[in-house]
Design a protein around this ligand. Structure first.
Ligand code: ZN
Length: 158
C-alpha cells in the first residue's frame, strides 16, 4: 500500500495511531455531527463534537476503514481537542490544502501536531481521500455549527 516508502518515524506514528486510536467512540451530548464516506476505499468516519464556549470540549469518532483513515481520524481528534473552532478550522484548511498540493512552512505544519505525519501521504494520490476524510468531516461539522446554530452552548460552558 505504499506505506513502506514513508519516512520510518511517520510510518510508526501512523501505525500506532491506527492500532490504538484516540478519541474513538461516541461522546455524550454532541452538538455537532458529521458522517462522511470514502467510497473508493470503503472508509467511513462518523465524527461527533461537543462545542462549548467556542471550543471543542469533546470529540469522538466511530467508523471503519483502512489504516490511513483510522490513523488520520485519531490524529485529527488529538490535534483539535480543546482548540477553538477557529483554530480547528484553520488546521483543517492547512491539512486539506496540503492534499491539493499547497505547501506550508514547517511552523504552520507544526500546528497539526502528530497529524502532520499524514501530510506525507499526499505523495500517494490514491490515499489522499483516506487521509483527508476526517478533516473534511471536522470542517463540515463546524460549518454546520456556524450556519444552523446559535451560540447557545456558550452559557453552559464555564
Ligand atoms: Zn482508506
Amino acid at each position: 500500500m505504499g506505506l513502506s516508502k514513508l519516512n520510518q518515524l511517520y510510518r510508526a506514528v501512523i501505525l500506532d495511531a491506527a492500532a490504538h486510536p484516540h478519541h474513538k467512540g461516541k461522546i455524550t451530548m454532541p452538538t455537532n455531527q458529521q458522517t462522511l464516506h470514502n467510497p473508493t476505499c470503503g472508509d467511513t468516519v462518523n465524527l461527533e463534537l461537543r462545542v462549548a464556549g467556542g471550543r471543542i470540549a469533546q470529540i469522538g469518532f466511530t467508523g471503519d476503514g483502512c489504516t490511513i483513515s483510522q490513523a488520520s481520524a485519531s490524529m485529527m481528534a488529538d490535534a483539535v481537542a480543546g482548540k477553538t473552532t477557529e483554530e480547528a478550522l484553520a488546521m483543517a484548511k492547512i491539512f486539506s490544502d496540503e492534499a491539493i498540493g499547497k505547501q506550508h512552512r514547517p511552523a504552520e505544519l507544526a500546528k497539526l501536531g502528530d497529524a502532520q505525519a499524514l501530510t506525507s501521504i499526499m505523495q500517494f494520490p490514491a490515499r489522499i481521500k483516506c487521509a483527508t476524510l476526517s478533516w473534511w468531516a471536522l470542517t463540515r461539522a463546524l460549518e454546520q455549527d456556524n450556519q444552523e446554530r446559535g451560540d447557545t452552548d456558550d452559557r453552559q460552558s464555564k
